[in-house]
Structure formats: C-alpha cells, structure tokens
Ligand binder design. Structure first.
Ligand SMILES: [Mg+2]
Length: 136
C-alpha cells in the first residue's frame, strides 16, 4: 500500500502519481482478482528482452472471465502522453479488436471496476465505446 493514503473497500488504495508505483499497485490488485499479468519492470530495457518499443505496459488475462486487456499506464500529468511508438501499438491493437486501455491514477475507480468484476460490470467497462479512452 502507498503511505498516507486510505484503503477503499477493496483493500487497495489509490496509488501515487508516480507511474512505477501506479503500475505496482495495478499489478497487485489485478493478481488479487485472478488476473494473469505480463509486464517488463523496466520498459527502457524492453528492446533487450524482445518487447517492441512502445508495447503497452501491461498485458492482463483473466482465465475465468476470459478477458484480455492491453493497458498503457501514464501518470496524471498533462505531459504524460503516449509516445509515438506507444500510439502506434495502441492503434494496431485497437484495430485488431483488442481491449486497449490508457489508465491513469485519476481513473482508479474505473480501473477497480474493470479488475474486480463481476463479469457483467467488467464487460460494461470494456464496452467498445470505452476502448478509445487512451486517445483523450
Ligand atoms: Mg507507461
């Protein structure tokens, strides 16, 4: 948990604005709700391990709900926008029909709904009308 922040009913606190801490909290909560998570801790070294530059931070798969999500994480700062490489991959994945999300700490309530389920609520959150959120 992040220091100085209160826990919500789920037991997870809204993370700080630092992307590294935000990612750690999202991963922790995702695993607690049964998601399998693929991520590379230091994205700057992604090329060295085979992940293309700009690939989303998190690949999340829920084996029970059968949902796959690609999530790019950004801080709440206005300056924190997807890079050109990130925009390329987010667009490719959206065009392939995948669930692509751009998540920021300010969107914590939305993220909790997506990760917690139940399935009906999760599917609503992942409705196609929501997929373009990352472009805002
Ligand atoms: Mg990121």
């Amino acid at each position: 948990m992040i220091k100085g922040q209160s826990k919500k009913e789920s037991g997870f606190s809204k993370p700080s604005v630092l992307e590294r801490e935000f990612q750690a909290t999202v991963i922790e909560m995702a695993k607690a709700f049964g998601w399998e998570c693929f991520y590379i801790p230091d994205s700057a070294k992604a090329g060295a391990v085979g992940r293309p530059k700009g690939w989303p931070d998190l690949t999340l798969c829920h084996p029970v709900m059968r949902i796959l999500i690609f999530a790019e994480l950004k801080s709440d700062s206005r300056d924190s926008q997807p890079s050109t490489d990130q925009e390329k991959w987010l667009t490719i994945l959206v065009n392939c029909g995948e669930n692509v999300q751009l998540w920021r700490p300010a969107m914590w309530d939305h993220i909790e709904k997506v990760l917690q389920g139940p399935a009906e609520r999760t599917l609503l959150a992942l409705d196609r009308s929501d997929v373009g959120r990352w472009m805002r």
